[in-house]
Design a binder for this molecule. Structure first.
Ligand code: ATP
Ligand code: MG
Ligand code: MG
Ligand code: MG
Length: 561
């Protein structure tokens, strides 16, 4: 690609509103531009990086036995009503109407669409297992789009779905995806951990998140260098905070916490038995906590429990108004988990007199509850109270905490969608059974940002070779010099013929601008055609080490390979 013919609008300064390195550099180095909050154009360099990442994903998933398809981004409301998520997904779902006033959503994920597709096409257990994936733009109206591509409202996702006749078959495919994901993130050169995403009642075996260790990550993970243990600590931040205090502070808190209410207390106020609360979810956003008790009124088995994860998407609108306070709400799920998550706000009021109750409706919040003073989460074994320095649960190491970026998530869905949407197959005995499902996501554009976050220096990007948009940045220092112009054109065709991906800076620009841009863009190798062009000598520079050497063009390919 010739720079003179492309669009790489570099900037001299860091854009003011970009807080994290990947966001700053993707803008500065001319990889992307913001269109609206959380919505970006990927410019030519970014498009190539994304293609490299997508290539790795496709290779590994094809190897794992999945096949690619492409589903519509525009999804009819009926499907979401069938699954029940039309009512529970909240305002992250971008909803709209067509000219006939029929309701639609822009897909944030595709369980509904794929379940309806496979339901109509697959009728027998003989056709299973089946794993399908797509790479597509997703839409989520995030409350806080931020950090550039790390949390967008329009972003690229690889999503995969698997269908099975037995739980064993799902286990097998899940393991294949786990391995494929490990391969993908290793090949993307990321420092990542696969973590237990839900340490709750499910025993933590049925969903894993792939977390890139990074200070800008929005999740906290507990892991150990010498053991395989790694978990998202999502479930226990309040306890963690309490425990992390100094002895003196703890004493102080103890006095204040005499009045603490346990979950049992709250449950009794709410007239629910604590046993019915099969899951507690603690949401943390900056200084604000929202506790959701999930009540399971019905048969509780492993697969049904998956439904509860839907609670993650309950829209706790209004919670923002109540900073540094605890929200309390109760959600209830119907037999197949498709009923509205019903937040019993007025019950919650009783629970915390003078306190705060979060609700999924504006105006149902009350102020003045203090997490440690009024509230203590101390009941459920599913809350892991792990702290840095503790031995890991498997005894093989010592726990450390780190911030993580969730780049991937794999999930055993069970029959949550197939039951709700009546996606059945006939088994060996001719009986209709709901299909058992898994789903598997990767944030493709988020992966690009995560790599960007890990591979840069004070001058710009330092892309790993297999992710970089091009291998070689070929720079003609002075395009007005005929020797330099000719030699660079000649090398450009030669190198391309030798299958290198080359970006030729053939712009008429000052050398200082060209070199600064080149460092910003961050390709692994720079080849500079300058004053010695007439002798056939060029300069080769390694972006990462800064090492430079002059080589004769006859030796160029040796020098860069
Ligand atoms: P998060 O916890 O960051 O909001 P999520 O758990 O809601 O992510 P999933 O539903 O698990 O996301 O979607 C699969 C993957 O899509 C995630 O692991 C992540 O890599 C990516 N992803 C999700 N939301 C966004 C977003 N707003 N911008 C970019 N990538 C995203
Ligand atoms: Mg999310
Ligand atoms: Mg998540
Ligand atoms: Mg997730």
């Amino acid at each position: 690609m010739k720079q003179s013919m492309s669009l790489i609008p570099t900037l001299r300064e860091n854009p003011a509103d970009a807080e994290v390195r990947s966001h700053q550099l993707l803008l500065r180095a001319g990889y992307m531009r913001q269109n609206a909050s959380g919505i970006y154009s990927y410019l030519p360099l970014a498009r190539r990086v994304l293609q490299n990442i997508e290539k790795i994903i496709r290779e590994e998933l094809d190897h794992a036995g999945a096949t690619e398809l492409l589903m519509p981004a525009l999804q009819q409301a009926e499907l979401w009503q069938e699954s029940g998520r039309w009512y529970t997904y909240g305002s992250e779902l971008m909803r709209m109407k067509d000219r006939h006033q029929r309701e639609f959503a822009l897909g944030p994920t595709h369980e509904e669409v794929i379940t309806s597709l496979v339901r109509d096409e697959v009728k027998s257990y003989k056709r299973l297992p089946l794993s399908l994936y797509q790479i597509q733009t997703k839409f989520r109206d995030e409350k806080r789009p931020r950090f550039g591509l790390l949390r967008g409202r329009e972003f690229i996702m690889k999503d995969a779905y698997s269908f099975h006749a037995s739980p064993e078959s799902l286990d097998e495919t899940y393991d294949k995806f786990y391995q494929a994901y490990s391969n993908i993130f290793t090949r993307a050169n990321l420092n990542f951990r696969a973590v237990i995403a839900d340490s709750g009642a499910m025993g933590g075996k049925d969903t894993h998140e792939f977390m890139v260790l990074s200070d800008v990550g929005e999740d906290t993970i507990a892991y150990s260098d010498t053991s395989n243990y790694a978990a998202n600590i999502e479930m226990a931040p309040v306890v963690t905070k309490y425990e992390q205090r100094s002895e003196e502070q703890r004493e102080l808190t103890k006095v204040q916490t005499e009045n603490q209410k346990t979950i049992e207390d709250i449950c009794s106020y709410l007239s629910v038995s604590a046993e019915q609360c099969i899951k507690t979810l603690l949401f943390r956003a900056d200084d604000q906590y929202v506790l959701v008790l999930v009540r399971g009124d019905h048969e509780v088995n492993d697969i049904k429990l998956k439904n509860l994860l839907e609670v993650d998407s309950v829209d706790l609108a209004g919670a923002e108004e109540t900073k540094k306070i605890l929200g309390c709400a109760v959600g209830s799920l119907g037999p197949i988990g498709v009923e509205n998550i019903e937040i019993v706000a007025d019950h919650a009021v009783k629970a915390l007199v003078n306190g705060v109750c979060g609700a999924n409706e504006e105006g149902f919040h009350f102020t003045n509850v203090n997490p440690e003073r009024d509230f203590k989460v101390n009941r459920f074994e599913d809350l892991r109270f792990i702290l840095p320095g503790d031995p890991s649960p498997d005894g093989q190491g010592v726990i450390k905490f780190a911030e993580g970026i969730e780049v991937g998530h794999i999930f055993k869905l069970g029959t949550r969608y197939s039951e709700a949407m009546n996606a059945t197959i006939l088994d060996e005995n001719g009986r209709a059974k709901p299909m058992i499902m898994g789903c598997y996501g990767i944030g493709v554009s988020r992966v690009m940002a995560a790599v960007a976050e890990q591979y840069n220096d004070d001058k710009g990007f330092v892309w790993p070779a297999n992710i970089a948009p091009f291998h070689i940045h070929l720079i003609a220092v002075n395009m007005k010099d005929q020797d330099q112009a000719n030699l660079s054109e000649e090398l450009y065709s030669q190198l391309k013929k030798a299958r290198y991906e080359v970006l030729l800076d053939d712009r008429i620009e000052r050398p200082g601008v060209k070199f600064a841009d080149s460092d910003l863009i961050g390709l692994p190798v720079r080849v500079t055609v300058g004053k010695k062009a007439n002798e056939g000598i060029v300069e080769v520079k390694d972006r990462k080490t800064g090492e430079m050497e002059e080589v004769h063009i006859d030796q160029l390919q040796d020098a860069i390979s």
